[in-house]
Ligand binder design. Structure first.
Ligand code: 1HE
Length: 267
């Protein structure tokens, strides 16, 4: 269901159900959960991508149909659960200890887009396309999309995608804010790896704050946001902070360089 590889403290997790276009069923979510936890333990940064011709066709509609047929139209909320298994797994990515880069190609639709927006940076090749066809299937976003996709692209773009069923190509995906980088066909994983290597050179503590403090501050008032930022700056400082500051002050730090990824093509 999922492949796992480790290179230079970067974990590569590949959705591996190509024959069903990486449609997400219970078995895939369970395997993904284990792989995400392994990445937390073993890596400083992770890349998620899809095997086969598409990143992911979203919810496994065949499995959903059989679940709905057995449950009828009654809701299926489990008294012992307060959230969907997808919420838990996608939050492990979005609000876990390490940054994630999604490398996208082909279909990134429905739950596939919900998964992609759990990552902190998205790279798409020029075959990637994006859609939220829930309206056509008689369902609603269920993997955190109402929160996460809406925050990434805003209500009006999300409402347009959901109400019209419009399919966005890679450049439209970049325009609405799904993609940060668009690369030629077949290059998304390579680019994501360069980005992940770059991220791994940062202070791990700063990376942690970027992915854990910023999204929470975004949910706060101006005043509370500044207070949380103050607290974040006054957490115990990592030993590397002094060394990194000294490198700069004594002229040993690398200069910032031209716009673009630092040394991205040298990796
Ligand atoms: C699937 C699924 C799936 C493919 N569930 N089996 N998602 C959708 O509405 C997207 C539905 N899928 C598609 O529109 C197309 O499959 C794709 C554009 C993604 C890819 O097209 P293509 O031509 O490469 O593949 P295909 O021939 O359509 O599909 C290959 C096989 O994958 C085929 O099975 P086979 O046994 O006949 O070979 C398909 O049935 C199967 N397959 N997509 C199950 N989604 C928590 S809420 C989230 C809500 C959503 O995600 S809604 C969006 C659902």
């Amino acid at each position: 269901m999922v492949t796992f590889e480790l290179r230079n403290r970067v974990a590569f997790i590949g959705l591996d159900r190509a024959e069903k276009r990486n449609a997400i069923n219970e078995a895939l979510i369970t395997a993904l959960r284990s792989a995400v936890l392994a990445a937390h333990d073993q890596a400083d940064v992770a890349v998620i991508y899809g095997h086969g011709p598409h990143f992911s066709a979203g919810l496994d509609l065949a499995e959903a149909l059989s679940r709905y047929e057995s449950a009828g139209t009654a809701g299926t909320a489990d008294r012992k659960r307060t959230r969907h298994s997808w919420h838990e797994v996608f939050d492990l990515i979005a609000r876990g200890p390490i940054p994630w880069v999604a490398a996208l190609h082909g279909a990134v639709v429905g739950g596939g887009l919900e998964l992609a927006t759990a990552a902190h940076i998205r790279v798409g090749d020029d075959t990637s396309f994006f859609a939220l066809p829930e309206g056509q299937r008689g369902i609603f976003v269920g993997g955190g999309g109402s929160v996460r996709i809406q925050r990434a692209i805003g209500f009006s773009a999300m409402a347009d995608m959901m109400l019209t069923g419009r399919v966005l190509d890679a450049s439209e995906g970049e325009k609405v804010g799904i993609l940060r980088y668009v690369v030629p066909k077949g290059q998304a994983v390579h680019k994501a790896e360069m980005i992940a290597n770059q991220i791994s050179e940062n202070s791990a503590e700063t990376n942690w704050k970027v992915i854990n403090v910023l999204p929470r501050v975004n949910d706060l008032s101006h005043d509370d946001g500044l207070f949380v930022e103050y607290l974040a700056n006054n957490m115990q400082r990592p030993a590397t902070a002094v060394e990194r500051l000294r490198e700069f002050v004594t002229g040993r730090a690398k200069p910032l360089g031209a716009p673009g990824l630092p040394e991205s093509d040298a990796k």
